[in-house]
Ligand binder design. Structure first.
Ligand code: FES
Length: 71
């Protein structure tokens, strides 16, 4: 998949369903320096929805891991 298509897809993919936060937003804050789960949650308010982060936390951790591997 081209990077452009991936970007479009990321905008429509919700990582935090409770707070409707997209994968592209998550990637952006990670790129801007949020390198821990806590920092990502603080920057995006992910994890503060009704599920208490049960659904989005594993996905955020995975994005952080992928980001580390890219560096
Ligand atoms: S999915 Fe993120 S707080 Fe529920």
């Amino acid at each position: 998949m081209s990077e452009e298509n991936q970007d479009i897809l990321d905008k429509y993919t919700k990582v935090c369903i409770c707070k409707a936060i997209s994968k592209s937003t998550m990637k952006k804050v990670i790129k801007d320096g949020a390198d821990t789960l806590q920092k990502v949650q603080k920057a995006t308010s992910a994890g503060s929805g009704s599920c208490g982060g049960r659904r989005c936390t594993p996905k955020i951790l995975q994005l952080l891991e992928e980001n580390k591997q890219e560096q």
